[in-house]
Design a binder for this molecule. Structure first.
Ligand code: SF4
Ligand code: SF4
Length: 408
């Protein structure tokens, strides 16, 4: 056990740090002292630059967090390993959203991520959680392309969220990485909003690797939000590690890869092995929320069995597949691309009858209306040949429908 683990589990007093340090000094241990003590880079910095007391304060704040704590880089925000992704709140009523959000809060979830573009999701957070505003962290986003729209979005978000500040204000999937002096004025607007106390930290979300990497390298951002799960490529996984080195918070979206990862215990166990990563779970149903809440007190371990599931999924889902991000929408022919382009996978990973309904058939039939304008292909951040993918999925769907058998 490391010093940190012993301290957090109440087995040693903080003063005993000296005893640990002298043991290390007198040993031939090749690890760094930070590793020996079990401190992360940020804690090590606090300990070196400030004092033992500052480190003690920081570790003590972990104890106030239910479950496994995650520090969001230099923001110093410490929350448990469950962020609440509030995109699906758009699809439920005001009162159903309130019940879910309050249940999450009561269970110890303290980080809530939403966006100006998620219609009334911000309003629902304001309705449910304004009474506990000082106990939670709110991250929202703007997809503004002009400074005027930036301020308009921020005003609307603050109004809807019933608050006078946002903890993390994020550029929502911009096509480029906003920087001071780039002519857009967007980054300068962020700085001004921070100066005025309307936001506390500056973040960016993205689906494009190049923009995300540029944001990390720029050192301009406190947090990055990016798709992240065990289906991510090596390059995508390296982003989280770069953030850790830069002391930048890393918020993982699409933890379930748009529904393709179906065992929440497996992905949760995998996320636990990435210490600096905060996953935000986009839950819509109470049963889904209950699963993640149960992991606060009983975190699932990455057993051989769970590793085998990960390997199997990686094999089955390797290569190019639609992540359901929706950035190719709208389609001029009204095709629901983010559903239809991954139908073959959904039919094999979820109960197929859910997708073979009249409604499902009508959605797939729309693929026949594709005018091959190529807009979706041009907009897909994963470089997918979307029209071809749609055709392949449609062919497979018709075969499944005809025989009602799903071939793996
Ligand atoms: S190529 Fe087809 S599916 Fe893609 S946007 Fe154009 S019409 Fe829609
Ligand atoms: S085709 Fe590409 S842009 Fe469209 S939903 Fe799928 S991954 Fe996203």
């Amino acid at each position: 056990m490391t010093f940190k683990e012993l301290y957090l589990s109440g087995q040693v007093e903080f003063e005993e740090i000296d005893r640990f340090i002298s043991r290390w000094n007198n040993s031939d241990d090749e690890r760094t002292l930070a590793k020996y003590l079990g401190l992360n880079a940020e804690e090590e910095d606090v300990w070196i630059d400030d004092s033992d007391e500052a480190l003690q304060d920081m570790l003590d704040s972990y104890e106030k967090v239910a479950g496994t704590p995650v520090t969001l880089g230099r923001t110093g925000i410490i929350i448990n390993k469950n962020g609440f992704g509030a995109l699906p709140m758009q699809r439920v009523s005001m009162e159903a959203a309130r019940a879910l959000l309050r249940k999450a809060y009561d269970a110890g979830i303290r980080f809530f991520d939403t966006a100006r573009d998620y219609t009334d999701s911000e309003e629902k957070i304001g309705h449910a959680l304004s009474g506990v505003r000082d106990k939670i962290y709110i991250a929202t986003k703007t997809s503004a392309k002009t400074v005027d729209k930036f301020w308009q979005d921020l005003d609307t978000s603050l109004h809807n969220l019933k608050t006078d500040y946002v903890d993390i204000y994020q550029f929502h999937n911009p096509a480029f990485c906003p920087k001071p002096g780039d002519g857009s004025g967007l980054y300068e607007a962020m700085l001004k909003a921070r100066e005025q106390g309307m936001i506390r930290y500056i973040g960016i979300t993205n689906h494009r690797m190049a923009v995300a990497e540029e944001a990390v390298e720029s050192g301009l951002y406190d947090t990055l939000q990016f798709p992240f799960n065990y289906l991510s490529t090596e390059r995508e996984l390296a982003l989280a590690e770069s953030c850790r080195k830069q002391n930048m918070g890393f918020i993982a979206m699409k933890g379930l890869s748009g529904g393709l990862i179906t065992d929440s215990a497996v992905i949760y166990a995998w996320m636990l092995s990435h210490e600096n990563v905060l996953p935000i779970w986009g839950v819509q149903r109470e049963a889904e929320l209950d699963e993640f809440i149960s992991y606060i007190d009983n975190p699932p371990e990455l057993t051989d069995e769970r590793n085998a599931v990960i390997e199997k999924d990686r094999k089955e889902l390797a290569g190019s597949f639609c992540r359901a991000c929706g950035y190719c929408l709208p389609c001029p022919s009204g095709i629901e691309i983010n559903l239809c382009a991954r139908m073959s996978l959904l039919l094999r990973r979820m109960p197929p009858d859910d997708f073979l309904t009249e409604e499902g058939q009508a959605k797939m039939k729309k693929i026949e209306d594709c005018v091959h304008c190529g807009q979706c292909r041009a907009k897909c951040p994963y470089g997918l040949d979307t029209p071809t993918l749609l055709e392949e999925n449609y062919k497979d769907y018709k075969e499944v429908l005809a025989g009602k058998t799903v071939r793996n």
